[in-house]
Design a protein around this ligand. Structure first.
Ligand SMILES: Cc1cc2nc3c(=O)[nH]c(=O)nc-3n(C[C@H](O)[C@H](O)[C@H](O)COP(=O)(O)OP(=O)(O)OC[C@H]3O[C@@H](n4cnc5c(N)ncnc54)[C@H](O)[C@@H]3O)c2cc1C
Length: 365
């Protein structure tokens, strides 16, 4: 992964970022290497590895470009894994191998304009008509939205049952009545695609319901238990990248006749960054190892995501500070990390929501 990121990603990072260009060819290459389906069994076309390997891959990609990290994370943990967790054999066979090989790019649509943290209040509807479900509504902020060949979409099938009235559906690109909407112009992770998904009387076969009717929200939360580990890894990679840049620069930059790394104020920043990154890595690996052991990780996933994302924001901030004025310009990587990391405290549940999840788990026990 490290070699691949250095060779295939690093030379293009700023060009993709400036242009908001989705690195489609690179994503396809990752598919050929088996990296778009790391956590799925070989029988389904996956790489047959576990979460520990998966978070290592996401960290290495994100250390160079968080945009590639989030593309792979949303594709794997949210879209493909929701299918893996809730799909029937036919659905798994049909979609997982295509997603794992990179033939298909996957998206996952839960968030709506009026339903973010409170995702259970979604308003996108699916109405049964004969042998079909007809979807109407809009999903917003969907990673890979405009490039996805298949999207897992959560919609209301029973308005009276609140979170137990939500169901998941598989919607393929080109389905009549389905189109990507506005592509967001973002602060960071600009090479990743964040788009609306619009459904206007979009009829899908009844066989495209994913999981049981009414289980869409519960299955989405199960997918997020894995997804949050990948956002922890995304955070970790960017924190490490920001730290690496700061360490290197501190040894090169001379002021008052010596490298700035000789000033204790800079050394303490580096020491704090390295220590917190290590702690974030251990929390992330713990959650990944527990997942590999088949344990429930709701609390540990949220702890890893909360801590790693907050550490990443702090490290990116300190990296800019260590670079001084050069941290503010685009010739050095610190500026991009500073913009990119902020998503990590927001996506797949904000830091406030992670605390809420952790507290609920603590109070349950
Ligand atoms: C780049 C990007 C990619 C994304 N990718 C996807 C994707 O692929 N699929 C998808 O479904 N979604 C995706 N999202 C959406 C993301 O998960 C939501 O933005 C996030 O969950 C927050 O929802 P919101 O933006 O509506 O904020 P809101 O829920 O409106 O929150 C606003 C503020 O209020 C706080 N708040 C809300 N409720 C509470 C509470 N109960 N207690 C304390 N504070 C609270 C929040 O923490 C936050 O600070 C993406 C978002 C971005 C920016």
């Amino acid at each position: 992964m490290r070699d691949f990121a250095a060779r295939e990603i690093a030379p293009h990072v700023m060009k993709w970022d400036e242009a908001g260009e989705y690195p489609l060819a690179t994503v396809k290459e990752l598919g050929k290497l088996g990296l778009m389906g790391i956590i799925f069994p070989a029988e389904l076309g996956g790489a047959g590895m576990g979460y520990v390997e998966y978070v290592t891959a996401i960290e290495e990609l994100s250390r160079v470009d968080g945009s590639v990290g989030i593309i792979v994370a949303a594709h794997t943990s949210l879209c493909s894994n929701h299918i893996f967790l809730a799909g029937n054999d036919e659905q798994k066979k049909k979609y997982i191998s295509r997603l794992a090989s990179g033939e298909f790019i996957g998206a996952w649509g839960l968030t709506e304009p009026g339903a973010g943290s409170d995702a259970g209040s979604a308003r996108c509807t699916a109405t049964r008509k004969g042998n079909q479900w007809v979807l109407n509504g809009t999903k917003t902020f969907i990673t890979n939205g405009a490039h996805a060949d298949v999207a897992v979409v959560i919609a209301v099938t029973d308005k009276t049952a609140h979170t137990h009235g939500l169901s998941a559906f598989l919607v393929e690109k080109g389905s009549k009545g389905f189109r990507p909407g506005k592509k967001e112009n973002k602060l960071g992770l600009r090479a990743s695609d964040t788009s609306e998904l619009i459904f206007e009387d979009c009829a899908v076969p009844a066989a495209n319901m994913l999981g049981k009717e009414g289980d869409g929200f519960v299955d989405a939360m199960r997918a997020l238990d894995g997804g949050r580990i990948s956002i922890a890894a995304l955070s970790l990679g960017m924190a490490q990248g920001a730290f690496d840049a700061a360490l290197k620069y501190s040894k090169q930059r001379k002021q008052f006749g010596k490298p700035i790394s000789e000033f204790q104020a800079i050394q303490w920043k580096l020491a704090d960054m390295a220590t917190e990154i290590d702690a974030a890595r251990l929390l992330t690996l713990r959650a990944a190892a527990m997942k590999d052991a088949g344990q429930k990780t709701t609390q540990e996933s949220s702890m890893a995501k909360l801590f790693a994302s907050e550490v990443a924001v702090k490290c990116a901030n300190e990296s800019v500070q260590i670079h001084g004025g050069y941290g503010f310009i685009k010739d050095y990587p610190a500026e991009k990390f500073y913009r990119d990391v902020k998503l990590c405290t927001i996506g797949e549940g904000t830091s406030e929501i992670q605390r809420l999840v952790i507290a609920r788990q603590l109070l349950k026990s």
